[in-house]
Design a protein around this ligand. Structure first.
Ligand code: AMP
Length: 269
């Protein structure tokens, strides 16, 4: 489906809710959309051993949040590189072939400079945005906190915030049912994609195991951290009137509602 105007979307959902799945499906239904994930931007920097990546690596490993200025800089540079926002308020020809690897060279910037929030905010003061439908994006993972949302509010006009709302008990059941065949990476779920013989891989007949990060206590903690961070974030967007929540117990239950609402708001007639 074609879009009539630029959609600037934030996607919020607990770990394990299927944000990646919904993003993929929206991109398939609306090819003018792009997905930008703050976690992916950070991981690309870690992989490329950039100064920012080296600094972020330890923080990510511990499961903590990287400083606001760091993540804000990455997301804004990505949008600027794609010619979707213009810090100097002068729209330029936009470029679809941009990727994180073409981000400006920050090798000469020191860490203190990279983490200086006032300087990054002032260097992007009053940006203008590209309004062509091809500049539509879904932001996944950013903003993560109400303070990040407040900073973003003054820089980029977000026009829809999607909250994927699945009960935590359903997410926990799904995780508990997840089994993998470690050598091949094949994964199963005892509720909706069970192996032919319980506990064994369909192809090799070898034993299935749990993923190391599917430990129940770890997941309870991840969901609790999400609840703490997301409540003020959701409240923030509810007050602004941009929040739209969709309830569902599975990705297949959520997708049709999401595509319908998205089309109603953004698709060309
Ligand atoms: P994700 O792939 O979204 O789970 O992100 C992986 C890691 O990157 C997180 O655990 C954080 O350490 C970091 N990260 C991603 N997005 C943000 C953000 N908006 N603010 C701070 N840290 C972030």
């Amino acid at each position: 489906m074609k879009l009539a105007r630029a959609a600037r979307i934030i996607l919020i959902g607990a770990p394990g809710v299927g944000k990646g799945t919904q993003s993929e499906r929206l991109l398939k239904a609306f090819p003018q959309l792009s997905a930008i994930s703050s976690g992916d931007l950070l991981r690309a920097n870690v992989k490329q051993r950039t100064p920012l990546g080296l600094h972020a690596e330890q923080i990510i490993k511990k499961g903590d949040l990287v400083p606001d200025a760091m993540i804000l800089r990455l997301v804004l540079e990505e949008l600027k590189g794609r010619r979707w926002i213009f810090p100097d308020s002068k729209p330029q020809p936009y470029n679809l072939n941009f990727s994180a690897s073409t981000q400006p060279d920050d090798s000469k910037m020191d860490i203190a400079e990279m983490m200086d929030l006032p300087s990054i905010v002032s260097s992007y003061a009053n940006p203008s945005t590209c309004d062509k439908p091809d500049s539509s994006f879904i932001l996944d993972g950013f903003p993560r906190t109400a303070s990040q949302a407040e900073i973003l509010d003054n820089l980029v006009p977000i026009n829809m915030v999607i909250h994927l709302d699945t009960p935590f008990s359903v997410i926990m059941d799904r995780i508990a049912g997840r089994w993998v065949h470690a050598p091949s990476g094949r994964s199963y779920n005892t509720t909706f994609n069970a192996p032919q013989v319980a506990g064994l891989d369909d192809v090799t007949g070898e034993k299935l195991t749990k993923r190391a990060d599917d430990d129940e206590a770890t997941w309870v903690k991840r969901l609790e951290v999400f609840r703490e961070q997301s409540e003020p974030l959701l409240e923030h967007y509810a007050k602004k009137g941009t929040l739209w929540s969709v309830k569902g117990e599975s990705s297949d239950e959520i997708t049709p509602q999401l595509v319908e609402e998205f089309a109603r708001r953004f698709a060309a007639a």
